[in-house]
Write a new protein. Structure first.
Length: 444
């Protein structure tokens, strides 16, 4: 960081950002991609992230500013980004801007489905990226495309509002978790219910932690690429402590210098010199920027205690000052899946319940739920929809695409020993049967 960096601690309008000089350049070039294509983001996007630095209402912000000094941006990428930004309603909707996704468009380009394919199995995340009126048409045409190619289709993270549309088209709909949302319009961060959050923030401030929001459009290519490289090293070191052999593809976002779009990046720095990155948070836009998803967050193994909670708190306070309505804390898998519903998949439901009870050394369901519950969110159901129905082969295809079953034996053993050693402490983790207060309410 340089002397021009400005820090913020979630104090509202006095917060600051890093400011670097802009350059001048060219406008966008036309694009004529086919209806079905592999999504490729531009090689250089120097000013795509154009979130205003003042506190104007979200509705007054431009959808996408023209880059200055950037290479021409694909028109197809811009259309995909716009659909994800405007119509995204779940945390992974903005994944449509990342590398490697295929796209299915309505003929008039008003609706988009982003998917990945393995053989005849197609996995879709982010939902139907279209207006509510266009969603039935988009689903019908996508299913016609899938049928013509004899594909088995799975939609992941479908909202409760959209689930009836999938049932009407013959999908088997099964609940597979809940997505927590913090209502920023009501949260005061005062009172006993937020005592733990305030304690983490106060501890980090006393330790000299400062938080900077880095804006892509305010940074030159060299500085940006160096920053992303540093964040990748922290992310890789963080993932090296988990049971998996790497990131869970499809269900987790990518940390790439290109295709940044409207993402927001918050970084926690130590107080010493030279400054050291302690942790970071990447937020993705939803519902035209009225909501944001805290999709990726990482910290060093020896970071100051509570740095991730401090990042969450500071970012939420800044967003609240900007007039943003709510923040998603991303999926809590398996949550609320104990009860059967008409026509659901017993295989998926029982597998999730089994994992919640016995596989926390592989996927720390309990720890994830406990941490997110500290922010007193409300919860919305999320569904996995399969046509015609879930089978063992379709489940195995999901595991292969995501790498969900790619475990490292030594890490699994170490995590199992750690969970057994700390079993007494973990008995105090929040659960649905022993909840922390689950609504975001103002303190009277």
């Amino acid at each position: 960081m340089t002397s021009t960096d400005k820090h913020f601690g979630g104090a509202g309008a006095s917060t600051g950002v890093r400011v670097l000089p802009r350059t001048s350049g060219t406008l966008l070039q036309p694009d004529s991609d086919p209806q079905f294509d592999t999504l490729l983001e531009p090689a250089d996007q120097t000013a795509v992230n154009t979130r205003q630095l003042d506190f104007a209402p979200v509705s007054e912000r431009p959808i996408l500013a023209r880059p200055r000094g950037a290479q021409p941006v694909s028109k197809g990428w811009l259309r995909a980004e716009s659909r994800a930004y405007v119509h995204g309603k779940v945390y992974d909707s903005y994944f449509a801007t990342e590398r490697g996704w295929k796209r299915f468009w309505l003929p008039d380009r008003t609706g988009l489905v982003s998917y990945r394919r393995m053989g005849k199995y197609v996995k879709v995340v982010g939902g139907l990226l279209a207006s509510d009126e266009k969603k039935p048409q988009l689903l019908r045409e996508f299913l016609a495309f899938a049928k013509s190619h004899r594909l088995v289709v799975t939609f992941i993270n479908v909202t409760e509002t959209d689930a009836p549309v999938f049932r009407d088209h013959g999908f088997q709909v099964t609940k597979w978790g809940e997505e927590p949302f913090v209502d920023l319009r009501e949260c005061t961060w005062s009172g006993k219910q937020y005592e733990w959050v305030r304690r983490q923030t106060n501890y980090c401030r006393r330790a000299g932690i400062t938080i900077v929001e880095h804006c892509r459009d305010e940074m030159d290519d060299s500085s940006w690429n160096l920053l992303i490289q540093d964040l990748r090293e922290i992310s890789d070191a963080h993932l090296a402590t988990k049971s998996h052999a790497g990131a869970i593809r499809l269900l987790e976002g990518q940390l790439e210098p290109e295709g940044w779009g409207r993402r927001r990046l918050f970084v926690a720095y130590s107080s010493g010199l030279p400054k050291r990155i302690e942790g970071f948070l990447v937020a993705l836009p939803m519902r035209e920027g009225r909501q944001w998803a805290f999709e990726m967050y990482r910290h060093r193994s020896d970071a100051v205690r509570g740095v991730v909670a401090h990042l969450f708190h500071a970012a939420m306070m800044r967003m609240r000052a900007e007039g943003i309505e709510a923040v998603s804390l991303c999926l809590s898998p398996g949550l609320g899946c104990e009860e059967a519903s008409t026509g659901d998949s017993a295989m998926i439901r029982c597998g999730l319940v089994f994992g919640m009870k016995y596989l926390n050394f592989l996927f720390d369901f309990a720890g994830i739920y406990h941490f997110k519950s500290r922010f007193r969110p409300s919860y919305e159901a999320r569904y996995i929809c399969v046509l015609p129905k879930s089978t063992l082969l379709s489940a195995l295809a999901l595991f292969r695409i995501t790498g969900m079953l790619a475990f490292d034996g030594k890490r699994v053993s170490a995590n199992l020993k750690q969970k057994l050693f700390k079993w007494r402490q973990r008995t105090h983790l929040a659960t649905r049967e022993r909840p922390l207060r689950m609504s975001c309410q103002p303190v009277e």
